[in-house]
Design a protein around this ligand. Structure first.
Ligand SMILES: [Zn+2]
Ligand SMILES: [Zn+2]
Length: 222
């Protein structure tokens, strides 16, 4: 309910499956406005959800509930190329990254000057390192982490994914180029060994490294 701005890095299902819950669920609990930032066609993406739930939306509005936040007071910002926008007191800059479909990294600057960079899904992309320069926190994907039990099937999958995803060492390389204060590794395949991933990243990046998992949150004092 308290979330009123959503930054979508790209529209793959593993990054957007919760959209309906956020949009309809948040409104049901009182949210009355929202801004969605994402790649071109993000407004169409929203429209598909709205079409899927058209009868449900009609039913809820028929109960006399406000349309604001459900079908009104929603803004869509479709990003294409590099740029930036202000979201309230926050600055949000975005950079296209290589992932096979339109995909973006976000650089979020808080009112107190702290900077968080989110890679989204990306292959190893050195320009991201200089773009993320001096960030306090870099959240970088590491989908090509080695599995707990290496096997030929995973090797084939990794070969296929290599143009679209990064290894933990590559994520650490970006953190090093950026001189990031902290690195968080994320985006695990089911077979991944996050402990080994952390060790691999630590062989490249000397700063603090954390491994993200579901339900986990990061604080600068942690
Ligand atoms: Zn993806
Ligand atoms: Zn993904």
């Amino acid at each position: 309910m308290s979330v009123d701005c959503l930054l979508l890095t790209h529209l793959h299902s593993d990054h957007t499956l919760g959209y309906g819950a956020l949009w309809l669920g948040g409104w049901a609990w009182g949210r009355s406005r929202g801004t969605v930032v994402g790649p071109v066609r993000v407004e169409r993406f929203h429209g598909e959800w709205q079409r899927m739930y058209a009868d449900d939306v009609t039913y809820r509005l028929g109960l006399g509930r406000p349309a604001a936040g459900l079908t009104e007071q929603l803004a869509f910002w479709e990003v294409d190329g590099a740029g930036g926008l202000d979201v309230g007191p926050w600055r949000v800059d975005y950079l296209p990254v290589p992932h096979g479909i339109p995909a973006f990294a976000y650089r979020i600057t808080a009112p107190d000057g702290q900077v968080v960079v989110v890679s989204g899904d990306t292959a190893y992309y050195p320009p991201l390192g200089s773009w993320a320069r001096d960030c306090d926190l870099l959240i970088h994907e590491a989908a090509l982490a080695v599995p707990r039990a290496p096997n030929a099937q995973w090797e084939r999958l990794a070969d296929y994914l290599r143009p679209y995803h990064a290894t933990p060492r590559e994520a650490a390389e970006i953190a090093l180029r950026a001189q990031a204060s902290h690195l968080v590794l994320t985006h695990w395949l089911p077979e991944a060994d996050p402990i080994q991933a952390r060790a691999d990243a630590a062989s490249v990046f000397p700063g603090p490294i954390a491994v993200a998992e579901d339900g986990w949150s990061w604080g600068s004092g942690a």
